[in-house]
Ligand binder design. Sequence first.
Ligand code: SAM
Length: 363
Amino acid sequence: MGVFAEALCEGVCAVKSDVTSLIHELAERHSLTLDDYESLITNRTQDSARMLRDFAVRERVRIYGHDVYIRGLIEISNYCRNDCLYCGIRRSNSHCQRYRLTPEQIISCADEGYELGFRTFVLQGGEDSHFSDELLGGVVREIKSRHSDCAVTLSLGERPRESYEYLRSCGADRYLLRHETADRTHYSMLHPQEMSYDHRMNCLHELRNLGYQVGCGFMVGSPCQTARNLAQDLKFIEEFKPDMCGIGPFIPHKDTPFRDFPAGSAELTCYLLSIIRLIHPPVLLPATTALGTIDPTGREKGIMSGANVVMPNLSPVSVRKKYELYDNKICTGEESAQCRECLNNRMRAIGYEIVTSRGDVKL
Ligand code: SAM
């Protein structure tokens, strides 16, 4: 290579490694290389975060205006057959007080939510074999028949393809299944041996093929996570193009093997929210409860970084503390109406507005 070409290459490489040019490239092309995603994370500064946020909010406002979609979260069971090392409701946590809601309780939470303006209900829980296809299908059908203008989202982990298919036929519209990490080795550090990275990824593809709106996601700052792992998560999102993407900081739970690991940060979570908005601009992106737990104004910061969804809790107050995935989870004491009102005020205060809408993805 001639001296001139070498100098040119060095110049180009210098610009490329510059975070500012990476942000411009991402905003234009919605894609970066794995190395560039890693560099965007590793070399971030307050200035780059501000710039990224500005681009992300511009995209968010272009597609969704200042609307914030709400999802009513109904935590139907904390029984779980899995033993994920990070999770407070893992099978081997003997301190966890187990509960499951009855179909009547679930339906009544949805009815109450409907009155409060919710048009999406998320039924979430551990992998609890009590919730057979028949039982769940009946609940989904009932909610859909009472509230035909609503969407039902399921977040119940890995189930056989036939089960996903049956629940879809009962009216379920969306499915949230965080991939947790897009790195096979990292996955095996977070999960017991019997859990399979390939199986989880395969579930996501099956859900998509069955016509669900699909959500993936991961924890920020989970034990042993590297910037490279996060870059892999971003590359996966770029390729999979999920309809929804749930990310929140890892927060340790006192009764898990990860009790002594540090929590993830709100700062990096918000930075990643902005990146994800630019990778796939129409994505439905929640400012999660975990983000609000790690930082009292975390959900506001999330929205101001490009998120457009919040997921207040509609579970009966009597069980909320028991669905403890991590320590000090917020909003476990308030009635649903209070949570709704509180979030209304919080969103208004930053110039956004909660809307009564199913809030489907705008492709
Ligand atoms: N069982 C379903 C599943 O596997 O998708 C849904 C329930 S699971 C408890 C919901 C999500 O909580 C997980 O995907 C995980 O990312 C998150 N989570 C669990 N433990 C957490 C922790 N300690 N800190 C932050 N998020 C956590």
